[in-house]
Design a protein around this ligand. Structure first.
Ligand code: NAD
Ligand code: MG
Length: 384
């Protein structure tokens, strides 16, 4: 039995992971965490026989303590205490946003294998995260569907000489606004932006998918995970989300990873690696699919992908600033405090005014994240 901790268990990825556990007799769930939905968290803990949880929001933690006899950790050290105390073999980090970086760092520092859904960890602190994993020998298993696909594709070429893999391609569904011009995006609503055509996900990543920032974050994630230069990571719009990623090889051939869009597949892959799980999911039927479409990204209507690429190439704290400004702007859009197009404006203005440092220490990243959040909030106020 491998001991598993799930962080962010009340979210979209977290709940799907819990559903998978019902059929997984090789994994023992030992701890859970969430931000504030304590009743749901306690119900999950009770259902899975877990006696220890961490809750980020102090008030929610108090309420949980008053109504449950298990251990409820809170405060700045809570995640560290939860992870270290649980002695896990594997941690699934399904926290959303840069709030997930600390858990990634703690897990890898301890040499514990990490199933990483929290792509923001790799965007904000990719160098630090990859170096920690290399130093301690902890395995980093991507949960993001495109990166899970790439992990498998690149793994299949293990042993080939360097340079065999020439390019990586990430597909993007294009989100709910695919095909719209910039002018047509002026007055789109939160409800329209949340209505993703192929994936059902948490609020923040759904908006990121609508702006294409999600694909920008994913290009940085791929660069960090696989050490591929930005010149060699390509993005293509693919509305059906059936081809998840592709690698192009030196002999002119390409390998792609296909499947119906379902996050249970990459979550199960990361939880069970190196085994492959048996899931009751439909096999791909090419006749039924008929055709697959691919098209170029419209960078004028969707500037966030370009902003992310520029921040990735600038390096240092630039991706951290990009991510923080995006989190602040997306929260404001979800609160109806800014328009859809203003998300990119806030990010661009925050990046332009930020002092970028070429340092990857945890303290530098936390400070850059804090400062960028303040600057982005000020840009939002100026827009209002
Ligand atoms: P979500 O909003 O549905 O859930 C987020 C979870 O994180 C919740 O359990 C919440 O309680 C917890 N959380 C938030 N802030 C926290 C904090 N400060 N401390 C502790 N816990 C906190 O998000 P999601 O859609 O499940 O996405 C989670 C991560 O996985 C994101 O980084 C996202 O980019 C990535 N991801 C998600 C999908 C998907 O299909 N949902 C696909 C690929 C990657
Ligand atoms: Mg993805």
């Amino acid at each position: 039995m491998r001991r598993l901790v799930i962080l962010g268990s009340t979210g979209s990825i977290g709940t799907q992971a819990l559903e998978l556990l019902a059929a997984a007799d090789d994994l023992e769930l030992v701890a859970l965490s969430a931000d504030r939905r304590w009743e749901e968290l306690i119900a999950q803990a009770s259902r899975h026989g877990v006696r220890r949880v961490a809750i980020a929001d102090e008030e929610s933690a108090e309420q949980a303590r008053a109504s449950w006899d298990g251990e409820v950790l809170s405060g700045p050290e809570a995640l560290a205490q939860l992870i270290l105390g649980a002695e896990p073999d594997l941690v699934l980090n399904a926290i959303v946003g840069s709030a997930g970086l600390a858990a990634t760092v703690i897990t890898l520092t301890e040499g514990i294998d990490l199933a990483l859904a929290n792509k923001e960890s790799l965007v904000v602190g990719g160098e630090l995260v990859i170096e920690l994993a290399a130093a301690t020998g902890a395995r980093l298993l991507p949960v993001d569907s495109e990166h899970s696909a790439l992990y498998q594709l690149i793994g299949s070429e293990k042993g080939q000489s360097p340079g065999t893999i020439e390019r990586l391609t990430l597909t993007a569904s294009g989100g709910p606004f695919r095909g719209r011009s910039r002018a047509e995006l002026e007055s789109v609503t939160v409800e329209e932006a949340l209505d993703h055509p192929t994936w059902k996900m948490g609020g923040k990543i759904s908006i990121d998918s609508a702006t294409l920032m999600n694909k920008g974050l994913e290009v940085i994630e791929a660069h960090q995970l696989f050490g591929t230069s930005y010149d060699d990571v390509e993005v293509v719009i693919h509305p059906q989300s059936v081809v998840h990623a592709m690698i192009s090889l030196s002999d002119g051939s390409s390998l792609a990873h296909l499947g119906y869009p379902d996050m249970k597949v990459p979550i199960a892959y990361a939880l069970h690696w190196p085994q492959r799980a048996k899931l009751e999911l439909p096999q791909l039927n090419l006749e039924q699919l008929g055709s697959l479409e691919f098209e170029a990204v419209d960078n004028d209507a969707f500037p966030c992908l370009g902003l992310a690429l520029a921040a990735g190439r600038a390096g240092g704290t630039a991706p951290c600033v990009l991510n923080a400004a995006n989190e602040v702007a997306v929260a404001a859009f979800l609160d109806r405090r800014c328009s859809f197009l203003q998300i990119a404006e806030v990010i661009e203005a925050t990046l332009a005014a930020a002092e970028i440092e070429q340092s990857y220490s945890f303290a530098t990243l936390i400070e850059a994240d804090r400062a960028a959040r303040g600057a982005a909030a000020a840009h939002l106020t100026a827009l209002a």
